[in-house]
Design a protein around this ligand. Sequence first.
Ligand code: ADP
Length: 459
Amino acid sequence: MQKFNKVLIANRGEIAIRIIRACKELGITTVAIYAEEDKLSLFRRKADEAYLIEDHRGPVDAYLNMDKIISLAKKKNVDAIHPGYGFLSENAEFAKKCEKEGIVFIGPSHVMMRQLGDKIQSKIVAHKVGVPTIPGVEKPIGSDEEAIEFAKIAGYPIMLKAAAGGGGRGMRIVKTEDSILKEFKSAQNEALKAFGNGDIFIEKYLEEPRHIEVQVLGDNYGNIVHLFERDCSIQRRHQKLIEFTPSLSITQEQREAICMDAIKIAKSVKYKNAGTIEFLVDKNENHFFIEMNPRIQVEHTVTEMVTGIDLVQSQILVAQGYALNSTEVGIDSQESIKMVGAAIQCRITTEDPHNNFMPDTGKLEVYRTGGGYGVRLDSGNGFTGAEISPYYDSLLVKSTAFARNFQDARQKAVRAIKEMEIEGVKTNKDFLINVLEHPTFIEGKCDTNFIDNHPELFK
Ligand code: ADP
């Protein structure tokens, strides 16, 4: 057991605040890092200590500067680093460097990250334990010719995907042979630029799938549990916008099968800490593993609301060496985890739905939140007077509604967003309400193409 006295948060915005809160509740001192462009951001002031990381290459580089972050952590006697999501959270080299310097990386080991962070490798892991994966070529392709060969057998459309992909980048749907070369080159370039790795693989494109993912949590002793599923089918450009749990589009039998498959994958690598195992469910109700995210996710809030388990605190506790069934973590067994009620998270972004979701910037002249029973808000810079800069992602606040069932949670989600007054910067608030009030969403039966197929949402 290694009790943490001080944790450094290698992140910014809402997730930095979420982690700072978890640490404080556990009696741990928090250290924030920030880029010059974030000097007025709220997370900096919520931490016990905050230090500027100077990196003149650009506003995001401070959060990616492994050497400066680790050297600061050593200087300030930090026991552990929480990477949040994005930035260094899936960087195996960073996890390894932390370990070498005697600092705990709050997440899985670097070996696991290498195995699971890469979409090709993780498909191989799934395959080995008998979990279905989408038919495809499980190695990087060298040329468009290989994609053509695959499509001759599997048929169009096919999907080109970056092995290192994330955030919907490096992904292309190919409908005909004529466009393969162009799409292959552009996916490769995008992946190289975004991830420094241009490996592209192919799989069959599933028509109108639903995205169902399973939260897992493991300790350092091989104990692993799942915390049920999240339905993340409401997406724009393969990026999630609204997430909820439980899913209304799967049966209890499917839920059990999907959760068990997630456990199989996690157990096969003795997965440590929090992670998410993602699946697509096709029109024939078959589910396929697509990828594993070895970190906390933006949408973890909905799982916390229905299980009552604080995932970020659990991450910090298992990283200190507490077993899942210790009094501190408090998860006696899989059976002890119960899902009560329903939760829906909406990502309110400073984007203009009427202008192709272009990020908007400027001063928040007015920021008044929704609230009340069952409404949870996680925000990075939600306050009147805040400057919304163009340097980082455009997530303004996550509004999570929790109630006894999906319909009550949905009504609460609408009410909470309508209550919000935001002026000075454009947001997607009205668009979110249109989704929440759409008959297909009310039924809980949306697939991942829902937004593209419903132009009336933009009214
Ligand atoms: P990322 O890591 O970039 O988020 P994922 O592999 O998690 O990428 O996929 C993101 C989304 O892309 C999925 O939720 C789904 O909507 C879509 N997608 C991925 N693979 C396929 C596929 N083979 N067929 C259809 N849609 C897919």
